[in-house]
Design a protein around this ligand. Sequence first.
Ligand SMILES: [Cu+2]
Length: 227
Amino acid sequence: MADGYGSVVSPSQPQNPGGHRPRGALPTTPPPDAVLPTRGPDAPAPGQPIPLHYRWCLGCGSDEPAGLHLYHCHSTPLKDHIAHGLYGMYIVDPKEGRAPAHELVMMLNSFDTNFDEENEVYAANTKAFYYMERPIKVKKGELVRIYAANIVEFDQINSLHVHGNFFDEYRTGTMPAPNAYTDIIELGQGERSVLELRFNDTGRFMFHAHQTEFTEKGWVGAFEVEE
Ligand SMILES: [Cu+2]
C-alpha cells in the first residue's frame, strides 16, 4: 500500500460489468483526520456533518499483510448499516505480484429492504441475479482469479460453489500457497478468500451460494466460457 498499489472496491458498484476488479491507488499519505468515534461525546450528533476521510493503516504504514481486506461502517446500529451497504473491500497485492489472470471481485452481500432484520435480497455485487442475466465471459484455459468476501448480515454463514470445476482457495489471500482444492467454500461474516481456476471446456457454468434460500433470492450467476 505504501507504494500506492491497492484497490478500493465499493459495494455500490452494481454496474461493475463482469465483476472485473477495479484498480486504483490509495493515498500514500494518510489524511490527518482521526478515526471517528461511534459513541460518546465526540461522536457526530444527528444532523452534524461527518468528515469523509479514511485513515489507511496496515501495519502502521507498511504494506503488510498482502491479501483481501474489508472495511465497513462501525457506527450503531451497526447491523442495519451493514445490511444496507456501508462496507467495501480492498486488495493488497504481494510485492512480488500475482500471476497474470482475469481478475474478478465478488462482494457477497445481502439487503434487508423492509427493516425486519431478515434479508429480502442476496447477491454477488449487490444486484440479485445480475450475472445470471449477464454471464461473466471468460476464455477457455485462462487463469481466472476471484476475490470473494462475505458481508451478509443476519445469517451465520455464506458459501460460493462453482459448477463443473474445482479451484485453488487462498484463504484471506495472504499466503502464496493454496489452502484447499475444492469446488465450494464457506465464509462467515467478514471472511474472504481468493480463488483461482481455469475452465477447460466452453459453455455456461453456474456459481451460487449453497444456501438454497440465498440462491432463490438472487445470489446466483454464471460464467460463459468461450474459445
Ligand atoms: Cu449448483
